[in-house]
Design a protein around this ligand. Sequence first.
Ligand SMILES: [Cu+2]
Length: 168
Amino acid sequence: MKGFFIAFTLALFFSSAFAMNDGHTLPEIPSHMNTNSTKSNAENGLKFTNFRTRASIGNSPNSAAYGIIAIKSGSDRLIKVSSSKANAVELHEHLNDNGVMRMRHVKGGLQVNQETPLIFQPGGYHIMLLGLKEAIRPHTEVDLSLEFTSGKIMKLTIPVVPITEMHH
Ligand SMILES: [Cu+2]
């Protein structure tokens, strides 16, 4: 009987732990793990998950960064991104224009709502790094500063991943 109770308690514990992480609400990282280099990074009600940028391809002066921004409550708007590694950073989206993928500069920023995280991913919205001051190499890091209409400014240090790992 005692064994049953322990198993039952454990089951409750695990089911509630999983319920909190149903893919809709992003898991929070305990504060002692809340370093600036992110897998998931909670700050000011905003959560930054899986941020990364791809390594330079050949002599291309540009690259793109991806990741997810969620907000605990209400909404905010990402209006400006900058990096010390790039001359300019723009918010872009990929559009399928009669079978041809094109990029478009998104003006006026992008909204993040409690119900709808802002997702930057290959083939969709992305953070475009333009005019890299030098090629960015795999397994190094890039700084990003993200500015919101609320006045919040988040500084992230994100990993550079090889192009072959971009689809994971
Ligand atoms: Cu782009």
